[in-house]
Design a protein around this ligand. Structure first.
Ligand SMILES: Cc1cc2nc3c(=O)[nH]c(=O)nc-3n(C[C@H](O)[C@H](O)[C@H](O)COP(=O)(O)OP(=O)(O)OC[C@H]3O[C@@H](n4cnc5c(N)ncnc54)[C@H](O)[C@@H]3O)c2cc1C
Length: 426
């Protein structure tokens, strides 16, 4: 198999150069320490800098090492949950606010991209949620009705229109959401970091927070080669939580998702595969994602890791899937394969924690973190700068362990392997 299995696959190969950073050495002070250099931490740093606040980001690896550098790049509006379900679960106090804030989250992403000239293959021409079964068709119809009730620019496409928008006959309908779009996810993270640095934020890479202690006015964070004393702390470590925050993993189910990218398709074939370049995904429980990059590679993803023997198992499934879903592509040659993990929880609503005085954390975007991470980073910045707690549209909760997390993690990983081994063999 001629694939290059580098950590962040295609995204690392096609992103502009990484912002030049060093690791933290010696003792430092700042107003607000931000732990984690993904969308949440970087957006918090950028918005704090814009407000004139002093902050330092500590990243355990490189900027975008976590989900931010590995994801599909679908800038979705809202959560996985349908709006009515979200309202039912979150209750009237938070539900409507959360629906509004996250429904509008692509606006903030694309505004920041424009304002800071972030080069990240940004395209805002909608996404396509594709029905691959009768139940999927019904669910998308419901989703459409619930968003239309709230005035969102969504439109259900029946089979023929879905076929012409996707370039595939595999779907019995699709929901076009005009609020959404696609980006090169790692390039967006680099762009946020550059914009934050330019606005005055400081940032260190390879500086994991390995421990922290309370001081008279705030917190002292320890890294292997230095310390950072801050009045307030924002923890933005999400599913890549490590070192001092390892125990937080007990409060999430970690889900893995892989992607494979073909070599660039020919100009003629490109006219027939997602011809308007919308990103797409289906309604299957083991869902598949489909998108193109700026150079015309077709990128197909689904649940699972591409570790060890699973690499070829999933790569072969991707080849069969392309032959079935986009037969016009012919026998595909896969150029890159990679995977990443995201944090799920029991009711699919993000969690807001205050683990200590002047310490805040948001986690569990349940696979939708580009818009939510960018928006919650901004809201955490405003809160850390002295804004009211009520502006955060989530209740403060305790970090509670999910006792069945290992079962669910294994269930999805094993289920996806079995499914991909058997599916589309004939
Ligand atoms: C394969 C995949 C596909 C996805 N597809 C989409 C999609 O299409 N659309 C979408 O909206 N979302 C998608 N997501 C989800 C999205 O990528 C995440 O929700 C988002 O990246 C979360 O952002 P974050 O900043 O909170 O965390 P992350 O991006 O995970 O960043 C957390 C950072 O914290 C750092 N860190 C951890 N511990 C420490 C420590 N002790 N000290 C210092 N730093 C630390 C990590 O190294 C990491 O860089 C996907 C995720 C994956 C993995």
């Amino acid at each position: 198999m001629e694939t290059k299995n580098i950590r962040q696959g295609l995204w690392a190969a096609t992103a502009p150069s990484r912002p030049g950073l060093t690791s933290m050495k010696g003792d430092h002070k700042t107003d607000i320490a931000i732990i984690g250099g993904g969308y949440t931490g970087l957006s918090a740093a950028l918005h704090l800098a814009k407000m004139g606040g002093k902050s330092i980001v500590l990243e355990a690896n490189d900027i975008g090492h976590g989900g931010a550098g590995r994801n599909v790049g679908l800038v979705n509006a809202g959560l996985w949950l349908m709006p009515d379900e979200l309202l039912r679960l979150a209750g009237p106090e938070y539900g409507e606010k959360l629906i509004d804030v996250l429904g509008d989250s692509p606006d903030l992403v694309f505004e920041l991209i424009e304002e800071h000239g972030i080069e990240c293959e940004a395209l805002r021409n909608g996404t396509l949620h594709c029905a691959d079964s009768k139940s999927g068709y019904k669910a998308l119809r419901q989703r459409e009705a619930q968003w239309l009730k709230r005035g969102a620019p969504v439109r259900f496409l029946e089979r023929d229109e879905a076929a012409s928008m996707t370039g595939s006959n595999s779907f019995c309908g699709a929901l076009l959401d005009k609020r959404a779009g696609t980006i090169q996810p790692l390039a967006y993270a680099y762009g946020l970091a550059r914009a934050a640095l330019k606005a005055g934020a400081k940032m260190y890479n390879h500086s994991p927070v390995v421990g922290f202690e309370k001081t008279r006015d705030g917190w002292k964070l320890n890294t292997p080669a230095g310390t950072l004393t801050a009045n307030r702390v924002i923890i933005a470590v999400h599913a890549y939580t490590s070192h001092a925050f390892k125990s937080n993993t007990k409060s999430m189910v970690k889900m893995n998702f892989f992607q494979f990218a073909t070599q660039p398709l020919s100009k003629d074939i490109l006219k027939t595969v997602l011809p308007q370049h919308q990103g797409a995904w289906d309604t299957n429980l083991i869902l598949s994602s489909y998108r193109l990059d700026a150079e015309g590679r077709l990128i197909v993803g689904s649940v699972g890791t591409v570790k060890d023997f699973a690499y070829n198992l999933h790569a072969n499934w991707v080849k069969r899937t392309i032959l079935k879903t986009f037969p016009q592509v012919g026998e595909p040659s896969l150029e890159y394969g990679w995977h990443g993990r995201f944090a799920m929880n029991t009711n699919h609503i993000p969690r807001f924690h205050l683990p200590g005085k002047n310490m805040a954390m948001i986690t569990s975007y349940n696979g939708r973190g580009i818009g939510p991470g960018t928006v919650f980073g901004k809201l955490l910045a405003e809160y850390a700068a002295g804004g009211p707690l009520e502006n955060i549209p989530l209740p403060v909760t305790k970090i509670d362990p999910i006792h069945t997390r290992i079962f669910w993690g294994l269930f999805y990983e094993t289920g996806a392997r079995l499914y991909h081994f058997f599916q589309r063999r004939v």
